[in-house]
Design a binder for this molecule. Structure first.
Ligand code: ADP
Ligand code: MG
Length: 633
């Protein structure tokens, strides 16, 4: 009776999936996913998370787990109905949560990521492979999925059903036990997943590390088919690389190989076990503005939280894994965690340990380390700006591209290769290595064989000035202030240029004319010491923002003014020589003023800057070209 009235008040409601979910489902259903079996890993992983969450909630409110605190996952294959059921007695979901969790994609970054999918099944699949499809992977093997769920502490149960084709239905259901029970109606051809031996093998492969019992209910037999103890509590010698990998996939929501695995027990003032992984691939949410670390905190095997644990600094947020403390109180609240001195201490120790291990890898396996650096160097460098305590260590870990070598170089490599007379570590910043390598400002450095570090991560603009020096050598931008390359001896293989010819006689007059013509458009015009091939370039004045940083800030609307630049002229360039030579000739001064503007605009273009007046540029250029043509007739 009550059931009927409840059903009348809550008629089944059909809703459409969020557009991103529909796209995902479409890809999942229509691609021949080579590892279909991973659907089971995903559903068991969710069941295990749900039990962990209830175990934690019941610490504070024991009545939530009343009646059934033996957390477990039960797999029931039934051949006659072609169904496989995955049931847990975890926290469950109420109506709103069913709609939200199984109809949308909540994980930050994921929705945006899915929007980037190309529609090319092959490419998309490998992309999706990088983050896993979670619950929706059920539709790889099932043409209909039913979820029966009741949330811990609530009385009403719900049924969610969908064929994965655009919509799902939610309705009230009677006599639903606490937790979630997911029934898969197997697709034709996927009957193998109803076979006990197959299920056993899949669980052994992907879910053996799950700390809860996974029970196979076959006919009237029930049997636990996994090891059911937390992986990190087992001795390292008994854990295979394969098991570590599967555990990493589970905690990290990842599908790649771990690049580095750190598993140890800290004993001393604080006792805790950690099992940490550095991914081999860049997670897609690496630059999520929240920059959260995703380590999971356990206290004596009980999962506490993976939010705001502060167990690692933001610049190590790419690590995945768990920390299991013996000392923290079980009922520690998430708020208390943030100010807990034990957590702060663990964070310090874990940070040191991770950096030490990275250092070892850099030393022992530079090629592998280069791959790591390519993925996470930009994140690690945030630490140079944020963690003064570790800056020496981080500077040792940093790697760079440079103008004189092919591979990555360390700052020690750089310092060792400095030329006699060279006092600074020269850098140039920009968006792309290719363009940087062609910068006119580097010509003089190249001529002398002086190495310049090429910096292309936005964070470089911040840590370099914050750090200032390495081994007492100041960092110096190749595009700002004056450079004194004359003091530096040329490399042995680059014979000292035969004494530079004297600058053209009327250079200073030319400079004066240019200054007059350009007026407020530049801060100064001067002869350059850094050019050998190009006629002109722009540089920032010593105290001003470097040009690339300024462009960066403008793009992000952090800045709306532009500092004036210095226009440098190459006194030994043919064009500049001829222009200087023409000073004082009849009718030259108007022409020279046009040249000043043309050369300034040219330098701006090379620098990648917008021309303030492109039309004027075009007009001057056309006039000049026309003048260069032989007279008609
Ligand atoms: P993820 O596990 O990465 O969050 P999923 O697609 O696997 O993504 O699951 C989506 C959400 O659905 C989960 O975050 C969880 O809130 C909810 N969920 C899935 N399965 C269960 C379950 N068995 N019990 C309770 N909640 C679940
Ligand atoms: Mg999941």
């Amino acid at each position: 009776m009550t059931d009927t009235t409840a059903a009348q008040q809550n008629p089944a409601e059909t809703r459409t999936f969020q557009a991103e979910v529909s796209r995902l489902l479409d890809i999942v259903a229509h691609s021949l996913y080579s590892e279909k079996e991973i659907f089971l890993r995903e559903l068991i992983s969710n069941a295990s998370d749900a039990c962990d969450r209830l175990r934690y909630a019941a610490l504070i409110e024991p009545s939530l787990a009343e009646g059934d605190a033996n957390y477990r996952v039960v797999l029931t294959p039934v051949k006659s109905s072609r169904t496989l059921t995955i049931a847990d007695n975890g926290i469950g979901m109420n109506r709103a949560e069913l709609v939200e969790n199984l109809g949308t994609i909540a994980r930050s970054g994921t929705a945006a990521f899915i929007n980037e999918l190309t529609g090319d099944a092959k490419k998309d699949l490998s992309l999706i492979g990088q983050f896993g499809v979670g619950f929706y992977s059920a539709f790889m093997v099932a043409d209909r999925v039913e979820v029966l769920s009741r949330k811990a502490g609530e009385t009403e149960g719900w049924r969610w059903t969908s064929d994965g084709k655009g919509s799902f239905t939610v309705e009230m259901a009677a006599n639903v036990p606490r937790g979630a029970r997911i029934t898969l109606h197997m697709r034709e051809g996927d009957e193998e997943f109803l076979e006990s031996h197959r299920l056993r093998r899949i669980v052994k492969t992907y879910s053996d590390h799950i700390a809860l019992p996974i029970v196979l209910a076959d006919g009237n037999k029930e049997e636990t088919i996994n090891a059911a103890s937390a992986l990190w509590t087992r001795p390292r010698s008994e854990i295979t690389a394969e098991q570590y990998k599967e555990f990493y996939h589970h905690v990290g929501h990842a599908l790649d190989e771990p690049w580095l695995t750190l598993h140890a027990r800290a004993e001393g003032v604080l006792e805790y076990t950690y099992l940490l992984f550095v991914p081999a691939q860049k997670p897609f949410d690496l630059f999520d503005p929240e920059r959260k670390s995703r380590l999971k905190l356990y206290v004596r095997r009980v999962f506490i939280t993976d939010e705001g644990t502060d167990l690692l600094p933001a610049y190590l947020r790419f690590l995945r894994g768990i920390v299991d403390s013996e000392d923290l109180p079980l009922n520690i609240s998430r708020e208390m965690l943030q100010s807990n001195p034990m957590v702060a201490r663990m964070r310090q120790q874990l940070t040191r340990r991770v950096l030490t291990e990275l250092g070892k890898k850099a030393e022992e396996a530079p090629d592998e380390y280069a791959k790591f650096w390519d993925n996470f160097g930009a994140v690690l460098k945030e630490g140079l700006y944020e963690d003064r305590e570790q800056s020496e260590v981080l500077l040792g870990l940093a790697r760079f591209c440079s103008t004189t070598r092919d591979g990555l170089v360390s700052l020690d490599d750089y310092v060792a290769a400095m030329k006699p007379g060279q006092e600074a570590i020269y850098t140039i910043t920009g968006d792309s290595l290719d363009l940087l390598r062609k910068s006119p400002q580097l010509e003089g450095f190249r001529a002398k064989g002086v190495e310049v570090l090429l910096l292309t991560d936005p964070i470089d603009e911040f840590w370099v000035p914050a750090i200032g020096t390495y081994k007492e050598k100041p960092f110096k931008s190749a595009t700002r202030g004056a450079v004194d390359l004359d003091k530096i001896e040329a490399a042995a293989d680059k014979p000292q240029a035969p004494d530079k010819p004297a600058p053209p006689a009327k250079l200073s007059s030319l400079i004066a004319i240019f200054k007059l013509a350009l007026g407020d458009a530049v801060k100064d015009v001067r002869a350059s010491a850094r050019l050998t091939d190009s006629a002109v370039c722009l540089v920032a004045d010593e105290g001003d923002l470097d040009m690339h940083l300024e462009r960066l800030l403008k793009q992000h609307r952090q800045l709306d003014t532009t500092a004036k630049r210095i226009l440098e002229l190459n006194p030994h360039h043919r064009l500049i020589e001829r222009l200087a030579g023409s000073v004082g000739e009849a009718g030259a001064s108007d022409q020279l003023s046009d040249f000043a503007w043309l050369l300034l605009d040219q330098a701006r273009i090379v620098e990648g800057e917008q021309l303030p007046d492109p039309l004027a540029f075009a007009r001057r250029l056309a006039t000049l070209l026309e003048r260069g043509l032989p007279a008609p007739g």
